[in-house]
Ligand binder design. Sequence first.
Ligand code: ACO
Length: 405
Amino acid sequence: VIDIRKLYAQTGMFTYDPGFMSTAACQSAITYIDGDKGELLYRGYPIEQLATKCDFMETCHLLLYGELPNEEGKKKFTRTVTMHTMVNEQMQFFLRGFRRDAHPMAIMTGLVGALSAFYHDSTDINNPEHREIAAIRLIAKMPTLVAMAYKYSAGQPYMYPKNELSYAGNFLHMMFATPCEPYTVSPVLERALDRIFILHADHEQNASTSTVRLCGSSGTNPFAAIAAGVACLWGPAHGGANEAALNMLYDIQKAGGVEKIGEFIKQVKDKNSGIKLMGFGHRVYKNYDPRAKLMQETCKEVLGELGLENDPLFKLAMALEKIALEDEYFVSRKLYPNVDFYSGIVQRAIGIPVSLFTAIFAAARTVGWIAQLNEMIGDPEYKIGRPRQLFTGSVKRDVKPLAQR
Ligand code: ACO
């Protein structure tokens, strides 16, 4: 590994690497991806084991502190998170400023940024205690904010968190209960949502995490840095792909379903069409995304639980995947389904509106963002992020007086 900083100091040389295709911007001990093998490890633990043997609270503990908790540690951590699930009552007035039909990610960018105005006691990013309490507050409050954004768009009263429920169970309660009707949390759906949270919890230096790091490197308010991550995640090339993937499936379904897949694939392969197979491809995975496999499994469980085994959208997704994986275009480019390909079908089956998918991704990724931010700030050698550029503009020239231009 070349130490670019040393190389620059010795030679004044720097690298040009648009999109960071092959440049590491940091050192990190949190998440490891082997894109060729299709392997994902959080702190050394394979994602498959975490998704089947642990829950999201344990995963959060692991990402934040480096180790899985024991029973007592888990109870303590869960209790601490639970104590911070409510948001300041003032937040509802802020929310009221949005149009009811605003996109939930627009609302989330605003709400998370607004948290920075509430916690004057914990916003010194250089203070480790402040970093810890900010992390807990963010993990605890994100589902509350997502559910509030949903209730606001539905014109329903907000539901307060219920502390006796699990992280996922509480989110389902805040989403689907009303003051008139409690929501009975199905263990299968609760476990499915918990798995969605685990699978999305961190993914090393993706665009939104790099955004959080860069933003936080100026020493800014941690809530503001996470709001920057939310904004970046929104894009369809990143977190917005789950919403785009489901909308794509709906479009193919409307056009005629499985029989229209061939036509759709033809359009995708035509570079002038601007159409991509959403939920396919990844910068790092050049093999099957292990999260997509787990998500496909969860999809079957959830649809089975709801008696939707013959769900046409799931069948369409499976057929689309099969055809794409046998097509030379996708094979030669090593394009495989990513986590977003099946997560939308699971969320839709749970009853979550499509426009909320990316906001749920944001709630899940918050722990990764904050763990990465804290890792960076905790490193005594960290510097403000400041990319260089290759200047391609005009050479030096003189300003002419206005009348002569
Ligand atoms: N459909 C069709 N063609 C694709 C797709 C796709 N989904 N993804 C990549 N390609 C093609 C590109 O057009 C390019 O073709 P070329 O070599 O003929 O020019 C080749 O595959 C390489 O792709 P790049 O765009 O260079 O790959 P990059 O690493 O920059 O992009 C990305 C990765 C953004 C994820 C891309 O695959 C994509 O847009 N996928 C669809 C959106 C999506 O699912 N995003 C979610 C990613 S996972 C996440 O954020 C949770």
